[in-house]
Design a protein around this ligand. Structure first.
Ligand SMILES: [Zn+2]
Length: 202
């Protein structure tokens, strides 16, 4: 028996969707968002919906440990894998930004995008700007079950960065709460945008 979908969870997901849409991060119904409901369940967005206008019917509660039901995003396994790997993960947000899409292609062979010396490192839990952050990149794969297994194997029990890139695709970020996941995503996106801008100017 699945738990009911809490209205507050829908509102958190919808609020993030409106924000992401306002930034141009979820073009053409792309992106997907999820929020942990309890230890064994998560609320996830359905496939093909306008992420800037999410209604209660656009969000489904599913079991974290069971097969993904139909009509959900093909990327749902990537969300569920994060909840399974870390009980502290409470929200996972995935968007398609230009900086994430472009840089993940440029650095796919290296497997990381590095940023250094940026104050914004603090937004993702690094103590000082005097640091180098390595944002992992994974090759995109339509087999999202296999992809999720590769992602979790590399991230390990305590990922240094609360997010990763899929090459030519976009960015995932997570946090204990929806606010934490949003802050991490904003921070990572800012780092990527700065990196892209610097590359253009050099
Ligand atoms: Zn995507």
């Amino acid at each position: 028996m699945l738990p009911a979908l809490p209205g507050a969870v829908v509102e958190e997901i919808a609020a993030f969707g409106r924000y992401a849409a306002s930034r141009g991060w979820v073009p053409a119904t792309s992106g997907n968002f999820s929020r942990r409901v309890d230890a064994r369940h998560a609320a996830v967005t359905r496939s093909g919906i306008d992420k800037g206008a999410i209604a209660p019917g656009d969000v489904a509660v599913i079991a974290i440990d069971e097969p993904v039901p139909p009509r959900l995003s093909a990327e749902t396994p990537l969300h569920l894998a994060r909840y399974r790997s870390d009980a502290a993960v409470g929200a996972v947000f995935h968007v398609h930004t230009v900086a994430a899409t472009v840089l993940s292609r440029l650095y796919e062979r290296e497997g990381v995008v590095r940023t250094d010396g940026l104050e914004m490192h603090k937004a993702i839990g690094v103590r000082t700007h005097e640091s180098t952050v390595e944002i992992p990149i994974f090759a995109n794969d339509q087999d999202t079950f296999a992809l999720a297994a590769r992602v979790e194997a590399r991230l390990g029990a305590d990922p240094a960065v609360p997010g990763y890139l899929l090459a030519g695709h976009g960015i995932y970020a997570w946090g204990a709460t929806a606010a934490d996941a949003r802050r991490h995503l904003e921070g990572l996106e800012f780092l990527l945008a700065c990196h892209l801008e610097e590359r253009r100017l050099r």
